[in-house]
Design a protein around this ligand. Structure first.
Ligand code: C5P
Length: 231
């Protein structure tokens, strides 16, 4: 059995600034999207058989040509994304084949440098029977809930909080059921499954799986890539 990967890459990346959509911004001479695809392919235990990428409308052909050399035998499908991340994932999910796929990964293009061992942990958890598995890290900040006026409502116990990364892994029928419902307000795909009452398993994430969001993240990404190329 093999894995399929959905990569939502249709965001404009307004917080990052710059003229190109975020997934097309380059680090070390290659786009974040290329780094993301190569990273997923490097997780050999996952056995990636199919990539479905959601991109800004009008860039489908360009992205297909750019990514083809990195898919190494895996099928590549590129689709125009939607207005919200959840819409982009749903549009991509419609193209994921049913046959021979025992795990679907959903991975943000912006988490371009996730190490292969994190991907393998997620896939292994799904193959061991978890309907949903997500990589997480403990939070280092104290997190507070605030009201609309900016007043603190309460402070959850930090030991019960984790920061969630991608790729998130799903038993295929669970992800399809989750996306068949209303996706309003969902900031990740595990959240849609939680709404169905499905148990979400956590596995250990990595600091290297940070999301490129703001300009300083590009500097961190350049540094990380330089260190990896030295190693
Ligand atoms: O905006 P944020 O960084 O949370 O986006 C996470 C991922 O979702 C990014 O890879 C982005 O390209 C993608 N996205 C998308 N379609 C949208 C918005 C975001 O594919 N409409």
């Amino acid at each position: 059995m093999s894995t399929a990967a959905i990569i939502p890459a249709a965001g404009l990346g307004l917080r990052l600034g710059g003229e190109a959509p975020k997934a097309f911004r380059e680090v070390g001479g290659e786009s974040l999207l290329v780094h993301a695809v190569r990273g997923l392919k490097a997780a050999t235990a996952a056995d990636l058989a199919c990539f479905v990428i959601a991109v800004p409308p009008g860039t489908e052909d360009l992205v297909s040509k750019e990514l083809m050399p990195y898919c190494e035998g895996a099928r590549l499908l590129v689709v125009a994304g939607g207005s919200e991340r959840t819409d982009s994932v749903r549009l991509a999910l419609d193209l994921v084949p049913y046959d021979g796929i025992d795990c679907i990964l959903v991975h943000d293009a912006a988490r371009s440098f996730v190490p292969p061992e994190v991907i393998d942990r997620v896939v292994a958890a799904v193959r061991a029977g978890a309907p949903v598995a997500v990589p997480v890290l403990p939070v280092t900040d104290t997190i507070k809930r605030v009201d609309e006026a900016g007043r603190v409502v309460d402070t959850p116990d930090r030991r019960t909080l984790v920061a969630v990364q991608t790729p998130q892994g799903f038993e295929p029928s669970v992800l399809r059921r989750a996306h068949a419902g209303d996706g309003t307000g969902a900031t990740d795909d595990a959240m849609l499954c939680e709404r169905l009452g499905v148990t979400v398993q956590t596995v250990e994430g990595s600091e290297d799986a940070f999301k490129v969001t703001r300009p300083r993240d590009l500097l961190l990404a350049e540094w990380l890539l330089t260190e990896r190329r030295k190693a």
